[in-house]
Design a protein around this ligand. Sequence first.
Ligand SMILES: [Zn+2]
Length: 603
Amino acid sequence: MVSSSDLPRWDLSNVYPSLESEELRKAFADLKTQIDGLDAFLDEHRVSRTQGASNQTSTDLKQTVEGYLDRTNVSIRLYSTINAYVASFVTTDSYNTTAKRLESELEMIGIRFHQQEVRFRGWIGLVPEALPSLLSNSGTAKDHAFYLRETIEQSRYLMSEPEEALAAELDLSGSNAWSKLQGTVCSQVMVNFELEGKLQKIPITALQNLNHDPNPEVRRRAYEAEMAAWESAREPLAAALNGVKGSKIIIDKRRGRTDSLHASLDTSRIDRETLDTLLSVMRESFPTFRRYFMAKAKRLGQDRLPWWDLFAPVGKSERRYSWVEAKKFVLTQFHGFDERLAKLAQRAFDHHWIDAEPRNGKRGGAFCMDVPGVEESRVLCNFDGSLDQVSTVAHELGHAFHNECLVGKTMLQTGTPMTLAETASIMNETIISNAAIAQAASVEEELAILETTLSNVAQVIVDITSRFLFEKEVFERRANSELSADDFCEIMLDCQKATYGDGLDERYLNKYMWAWKVHYYIPSFSYYNYPYAFGLLFGTGLYSLYRERGPTFVKDYEALLSSTGEATPAELAQRFDVDIHKPEFWRDSINVLAERIDRYGKL
Ligand SMILES: [Zn+2]
């Protein structure tokens, strides 16, 4: 075990001196002034859908667009900087009430950005024919050509201004309320469970974590207890899911979307053909993943894997990393790949960008946040000395590197879709796990490393497909009527059978996945599933190109990262002579994963 005192905490004192400081107070005041200023600017320039841009002269139009872009870039930068600073307290000290109050204040300010953006979108969308001359007359507009084109394109899918305003207001007591209810209900499900000879009352999340327990009896009992526990919570959850999906269907239809996938694809910046190709290559790979599930079942002495063994540990890794060793390992691997990445990581370690120490009041998991005001990032993780955590640090440093590649761009030039957001993190993870496998001291250790990576990727390929199929079916049926909790369970089971197939024991699937996976309940974004698979296979595919091309790949890779807010994934892939509409690229990615499955089966 790593002693906590060796683990670093992050330092943001170069951003603001403290939560109570005059500097932070002034930043809040500046932000409000800037946003009020933009509102006044939009009023003055009569930016609204009803007034329209069509009767403006081209000079007026140029001034309005430039004014909007410049002001928005400045205020989003300030907002993101304050937000990161406040979040650095909220996420590491849940008892900090000052930070929480400031966070809530920021949330309300955030809504105003959204309103201003919708207003601008509705207005500029009325004059798409003005864009070419605007781009040739204005350097600022030209620098934001991708943003402007997308904004105009997406303006087609707005309702009238009063309708949009009403929908936004009603959202708080509609979709958002349903979504919150799901969170509240799930966080309060408590289960009686016998652990270490004692009957205890534990939260359902703690129960779910027992799926990693080395004892098969504990895993089985935890699974059974979980399935029973959802029985008592399923009605409010089914109502919440009906509510979220029902509202989305109505809003999408009113906005002129063709179906439930339409808006999601546009947000992901991919077309249907790409998604279809991706999904078909994933489906094609199921037999490969089933080989993994079967090999795992065999190792655990089973014929077929029951659900509770999906995450069971296999192999043994005694290897423990101190923070210093973790740093050294990560830096050495990065040096072998890209000097600029290694330098960034060194800076992150030296300048206290990372908060690695687990402690009371700090949130779990890991994330990376951009602090644009100082052109730096900050990483949160909960380091426990395992290889898994070393890999997490590398993953988050991938996000930090991505931010670094975007330095110098305006905020509106950096908006990266979820499909591309994991590119650098997956690349780093792949580099780290390959090195760890190559250096494994024993078969048991290699097995443990392979198991961790494979159980993750199997989720992203196989389980994600089941979630996609589930959501699609739910949207289709919800359009005609509400669904019962039994309906949701039945659809879920069908989707798991269609994806896991004979990889799992059909008697023990998980019909309540819909109840607790928060992704189904996000009002603003449907199909929060395939972008994960896209991200994993896109990053892995780039890794496969790196293996082919060697060091010459690296400059192009950095250039790709610096353009993720200004081109679609298809355009970016094109630079590498890759057509993401065709299966070849995706198959190469699957092959990288299949090599590991083969190795796993042989060990
Ligand atoms: Zn990530």
